[in-house]
Ligand binder design. Structure first.
Ligand SMILES: [Zn+2]
Length: 209
């Protein structure tokens, strides 16, 4: 009995620590969205835009996770469904922007791209380090950690693209990275929608019986 009480206490402690870390990561992502979205337009870079929208999607996820931590499966599945749909829309937006930038042969500002890409890398590495302790938690905690890690890899791609833009004096490295990020976002969007709709089906069939 004493042992179980101890376990429950440890679990609660872990959840409250997770909550604190989520708040910090939420603020980091929201600030980076504002900074990166503004500079993406200034630098005319579609890969920065794609990355900024990812910061927006992630801060939405962290904010909503804080709200629904411990609530019903139906609620969490509905939230996941919304996230899946918005990621799909963001992916389509980036495909369209990349297409117009490519047809206008726009060359982004490589220096701004590299600098902001590096700031984004630091933001994601800090987030991943903060979340690292919780990576072996439930599927939700794990997916959040994986997301930060993948985003850090994406930032390295932006930095490489920035040097490519500078060396080749062409927008193509920027377009290629943007298309890759939009594709990843679209694929993830389908996976999230699929899982969320099967969870919602399970919930409503349980309610029906
Ligand atoms: Zn992300």
């Amino acid at each position: 009995m004493a042992c179980c009480d101890h376990d429950i206490h440890e679990d609660e402690l872990k959840v409250s620590k997770f909550r604190t870390v989520l708040w910090i990561v939420f603020v980091i992502n929201l600030v980076m969205f504002v900074v990166e979205f503004a500079t993406a337009f200034f630098a005319n870079s579609v890969s920065l835009q794609a990355d900024a929208l990812d910061f927006l999607a992630d801060s939405m996820t962290y904010g909503v996770t804080l709200l629904v931590l411990g609530s019903s499966l139906r609620m969490r599945a509905s939230v996941a469904m919304l996230k899946g749909i918005s990621m799909g829309v963001l992916g389509m937006w980036i495909f369209a922007r990349t297409f117009t930038n490519a047809s206008d042969a726009i060359i982004p500002l490589a220096g701004v791209m590299g600098t902001v890409g590096f700031a984004a890398l630091i933001a994601n590495v800090v987030s991943a380090l903060l979340l690292y302790k919780f990576r072996s938690g439930d599927s939700n905690m794990r997916s959040i950690w994986l997301c930060s890690r993948n985003d850090a890899i994406g930032n390295v791609a932006i930095i490489i693209a920035a040097s490519g833009v500078f060396a080749m004096n062409s927008g193509w490295p920027d377009f290629v990275v943007a298309i890759l990020m939009a594709t990843l976002s679209t694929v993830a969007s389908f996976q999230i929608i699929k899982q969320a709709s099967s969870e919602l089906k399970t919930v409503s069939s349980e309610l029906g019986s």
